[in-house]
Each structure stands twice: as structure tokens, then as C-alpha cells.
Design a protein around this ligand. Structure first.
Ligand SMILES: Cc1cc2nc3c(=O)[nH]c(=O)nc-3n(C[C@H](O)[C@H](O)[C@H](O)COP(=O)(O)OP(=O)(O)OC[C@H]3O[C@@H](n4cnc5c(N)ncnc54)[C@H](O)[C@@H]3O)c2cc1C
Ligand code: SF4
Length: 489
């Protein structure tokens, strides 16, 4: 047994060290973290979490600043244990170095070994989240009865979880959520980030008051409050957006989960128990599917798809540069109400919820032909929960269809009418969701048709896209539409 445990900055929960009694070293790799134009709120929160962990562990813990994980691993000669890192680059850093005892990864529900056993016989077939998710429910005995049948009579309550938001409201009628309260350590973290900025490091966005959990205790409180105030609405409101409700009924768990503060199985068990206490099955199942299904699936696909998946996939040959207003989160000239609201929220706190990432940000970038690799870099730096492993399936696969359909049967794209159905953005917009040409044209509606037209040869062969492609022939204003520059800003 080594007497030192090395923790990477995304391995901060007690399940990363409660099997270890000796010294603990937390790495802060400068180049990997701060030299990347990270969102300021993400940098402050992450550093705060590291400093809080150090304080919690006391004298047996030290923080070691290094250029990169690779640099540290090359120069550290003592014996130490390390839990499998979450990226190819960081795993490689420890490879072939005998002084490191390498332990299996933690922080996910299904282990890499269990996933490999499920995946091996299916590796030549199309992968489906639903198949993995059902397997995981049985494997871990979650929401199943004594015969391994689903509690509630069905595996999936997706159809109940796509409700439009309530009319004439700009926020959901829910009790106020709990947010962590800052302490002295937050001030130290903020000062450190400000000092780094003076030394030439660049940060983007604002950092006013920390809203995301930076300790295990805070994350537990946020989660308890989610169960009490939001779980029941989580399912039905999963895909809805309202202008004055930045997190609707979402849990805000991804950031603490992805730096390892909480064990996901604890969340799953707590929510499963709530069903026994009367919480609706559509919300309970929907939440468990996100954590045990989607989160784990995306994690395992990162390894299965391989190291080059992100850099090598650009099926739609999208090579436009990310516009400066998005890179700098600068909305002063943005007129599209949905994009203006969402990018302002992102500037504020380095987070917007799932459907806003998919239906607005991802959809707009795909329609505009933004390069998927640039977009991966953007999501990774500017989102508080962004890490390389999350990018592969979510950005390359699901949002940008850059892998040509390895994990989605069709590109996720829509025009303004669907955004109008699922939000209240369009009422306050200078554009009209159902207009595709002229000064009122909604950028998403015009963008949708242009996108279909650009890729019609590829999409005509896809049964789930061919109807849309055929619709192009019925557009009397197609010539005009194609000539016009899309409205956005
Ligand atoms: C383009 C795009 C980029 C994304 N980037 C990230 C990212 O950088 N980091 C990240 O954790 N999630 C990412 N997601 C997934 C999802 O949007 C976030 O996990 C979610 O918005 C986090 O908010 P929440 O904790 O309130 O989630 P909730 O809506 O409350 O969901 C509960 C939990 O489920 C998990 N989850 C649900 N869907 C996914 C998913 N597709 N991938 C991974 N975990 C999931 C998260 O841990 C989340 O905390 C991305 C999705 C898209 C479409
Ligand atoms: S009209 Fe179009 S651009 Fe404006 S808010 Fe609706 S979807 Fe967004």
C-alpha cells in the first residue's frame, strides 16, 4: 500500500480517499486548468472546491501546483496511489510508471469492467442509450421489482417529460431553491484568480456570487433541497425554458458530480426512495435515467469511441469559426431573445440547462456550420461542468451530429416553432418563430431550412430526415431564403 494518494482536481469527494489513511496530494495543473481561457465563475468555483477540500483534510493534505499532470507524473519519484483519471491524456501521464499504484475509476454507477461486459457482444451493432440504461437498472437493482421488471410498468416515461411551460408565467411556481453561501475560502479563490489575470491569464464571463456546491456538505444540501422543492416538477418540465427561471426544476448536480464531490449512486438511491414516499414516477425515473443512464453512458462512450473521436469527426464538414460574441459571451448586439437570454445566463454563471445547450446553442451552431472541434473546446472551457469526457458524446455525437450518426439516428435540429412551443422566449423577440424570410425571419427557422438544403444529399438517405428534405421542394420562397443572410445579431 502506498502512503500517498494523488487526487486530481476532479476527484474531490470522500469516496476518492476514504480507503486511504495516509498523506493526500491534490494536484492543480496550471496549464491544464487556467491557461485555457476558462469561464471566471468556473475557475473560482473549482479553486474554491480544491481549497475547501484541503481545509477539510487538514495537515495530511497538501496542494501541489504543477504545469500539467504529465509534468507532475514524470517528475514524481515516490510511491503513490492514483485513481484512474478521467481523460486519455491524464491516464497516459501515469502509464508505464511503476511507482504509481493505479486504481479503478470511481464516481460512476456502472464500472468500466461491467460496461465492457455489456458492450463486448454488441460492439458491431448501433449503440442505444435505452438498451444500456435498462441493463444498468437490472444490474444495480434500481427501480425494478423482484422479477427485474420496471417499477411503474414501463422503463421510460419520456413521453410524459416533454411538457410546455405554463402559459403567462416567466418562472415556475416553485419554492426558492437553496444556494451555497460563500465563505473566506471563496474570497481567497477569487483573489487568486484575479492575481492570475494580472499575470496574463485570460478568463471569460462574470463571477459574482458562487451558486454551485464546492464541498460535499454543500452538494448534499443542494440535492436535499432539489428533492424537496423540484423533483416533482423535474420530469414534466425537463425540456421547458422560461425567461426568468435560470434552472427551472433542474438539480444543479452536474458540476459537483463531475469534480467527484458526490457518489452518483447515493443520489439515485435517495430519489428512488422518494418514489416510495409519493414522488411521481415520471420525475423519479426521468432523473435516474439522466444520472444512471445518460451520464454513465456518455462516460463509457468516451473510452469506447477512443482518443481520436473528438478530433477526427466532422461529418457535416462544418468549418466556420465560432463567432466572437459567443466566444466572449457578449450579447449587447444579439437580438434573438432566446440566444440573448441564454448567453447572458451563461456569462453570469457558466451554466445553462440541458435543452438550452441542445435546442438553442448546439442547434444554432450546427445550423451555422460552426466547427465541432472549436465548439468542444468552447463547451469544455465555458461550462462549469465541462470536462473532456463529457464532450465526446454530448457535443460531437448528440449535439453536432459530427460523427454521422454513431450515437444519434438524426441531427438534433429544429426551427423556431418548436422553441416557441417549449419556452416563452419568442413573445419578447424582434423575430417571429414561424417566419423564414425577410426582416422578421427567425434565425432558427431560416437556419433549419438552409441546413436541410446544404446537407440534402446526406439527409435524403436518412428515413428520419427525408420528410424534411422533401419539404424543401414545397417551399416557394426557397430561392429568397437561400440568398438572405440569417438574422441573428
Ligand atoms: C451540447 C451539450 C453539452 C453538454 N455539456 C455537458 C458538460 O460539459 N457536462 C455535463 O455534465 N453535462 C453536459 N451536458 C448534459 C446536460 O446538459 C448537463 O448535465 C445538465 O444540463 C446539467 O445540469 P443539472 O445538473 O441541473 O442536470 P439535471 O437536468 O438535473 O440532470 C441530472 C444529472 O444528469 C446528468 N446528465 C444528464 N444528461 C447528461 C448528459 N447528456 N451527459 C452527462 N450527464 C448528464 C448530469 O450529471 C446532471 O447533473 C451537455 C449537453 C449538451 C446537449
Ligand atoms: S423568434 Fe426565433 S430567435 Fe426569436 S426567440 Fe423565438 S426562436 Fe429565438
Amino acid at each position: 500500500m502506498s502512503n500517498i494518494r494523488i487526487l486530481l482536481p476532479d476527484q474531490l469527494g470522500s469516496h476518492f480517499h476514504n480507503d486511504h489513511q495516509g498523506e493526500i496530494v491534490i494536484l492543480v495543473p496550471f496549464q491544464d486548468l487556467w491557461k485555457r481561457k476558462m469561464h471566471r465563475a468556473k475557475a473560482q468555483w473549482w479553486l474554491s472546491a480544491i481549497l475547501h477540500k484541503k481545509e477539510e483534510l487538514g495537515a495530511r493534505c497538501q496542494i501541489v501546483e504543477c504545469e500539467s499532470v504529465l509534468d507532475f507524473a514524470n517528475n514524481f519519484k515516490e510511491k503513490a496511489s492514483v485513481i484512474a483519471p478521467t481523460s486519455f491524456a491524464n491516464r497516459k501521464a501515469f502509464m508505464n510508471k511503476d511507482n504509481f499504484e493505479k486504481l479503478a475509476s470511481r464516481g460512476f454507477v456502472t464500472s468500466e469492467k461491467e460496461f465492457a461486459q455489456w458492450f463486448e457482444p454488441r460492439k458491431d451493432k448501433r449503440l442505444r442509450l435505452e438498451d444500456f440504461y435498462r441493463h444498468a437498472r437490472v444490474l444495480h437493482s434500481v427501480l425494478v421489482d423482484a422479477h427485474d421488471e420496471p417499477i411503474g410498468g414501463q422503463w421510460n416515461f419520456d413521453a410524459d417529460n416533454r411538457q410546455s411551460p405554463p402559459k403567462n408565467q416567466t418562472k415556475l411556481d416553485l419554492k426558492k431553491a437553496y444556494y451555497p453561501v460563500e465563505d473566506e475560502i471563496d474570497k481567497i479563490a477569487r483573489k487568486r484568480i484575479n492575481d492570475l489575470e494580472k499575470d496574463g491569464y485570460v478568463f471569460i464571463g462574470k463571477d459574482e456570487l458562487r451558486e454551485f456546491a464546492a464541498t460535499e456538505a454543500e452538494a448534499n444540501k443542494v440535492f436535499k433541497n432539489f428533492i424537496e422543492t423540484r423533483l416533482n416538477a423535474f420530469g414534466p418540465m425537463e425540456d421547458a425554458s422560461l425567461t426568468n427561471d435560470w434552472h427551472m426544476a433542474h438539480s444543479l448536480m452536474s458540476a459537483p458530480l463531475n469534480i467527484g464531490l458526490l457518489d452518483p449512486m447515493k443520489l439515485i438511491k435517495a430519489v428512488e426512495k422518494e418514489h416510495k414516499n409519493g414522488a411521481p414516477i415520471a420525475s423519479v425515473e426521468g432523473f435516474i435515467r439522466q444520472i444512471m443512464g445518460w451520464r454513465d453512458y456518455v462516460w463509457h462512450l468516451y473510452w469506447i469511441f477512443g482518443e481520436n473521436y473528438i478530433k477526427d469527426n466532422n461529418y457535416l464538414k462544418a468549418n466556420n469559426k465560432l463567432p466572437e460574441w459567443l466566444e466572449n459571451l457578449d450579447t449587447k448586439n444579439v437580438k434573438a431573445n432566446c440566444l440573448k437570454t441564454i448567453v447572458s445566463d451563461l456569462e453570469q454563471r457558466a451554466w445553462v440547462h440541458h435543452i438550452q445547450r441542445l435546442m438553442m446553442l448546439g442547434n444554432w451552431c450546427m445550423q451555422q456550420g460552426i466547427n465541432p472541434q472549436e465548439l468542444v473546446d468552447w463547451f469544455d472551457r465555458l461550462f462549469i461542468d465541462g470536462h473532456p469526457w463529457v464532450m465526446a458524446a454530448n457535443v460531437i455525437g448528440m449535439s453536432q451530429y459530427a460523427d454521422g450518426g454513431k450515437m444519434s439516428t438524426k441531427p438534433y435540429t429544429s426551427g423556431g416553432s418548436y422553441i416557441n412551443k417549449m419556452s416563452n422566449f419568442c413573445g419578447g423577440c424582434v423575430y417571429k418563430p414561424d417566419v423564414r424570410v425577410g426582416k422578421d425571419a427567425c434565425p432558427f427557422t431560416a437556419g433549419y431550412w438552409k441546413f436541410l438544403n446544404t446537407h440534402k444529399d446526406k439527409f435524403a438517405k436518412n428515413p428520419r430526415m427525408s420528410q424534411g428534405v422533401n419539404g424543401l421542394k414545397r417551399l416557394k420562397d426557397l430561392d429568397q431564403l437561400l440568398k438572405e443572410k440569417s438574422n441573428t445579431i
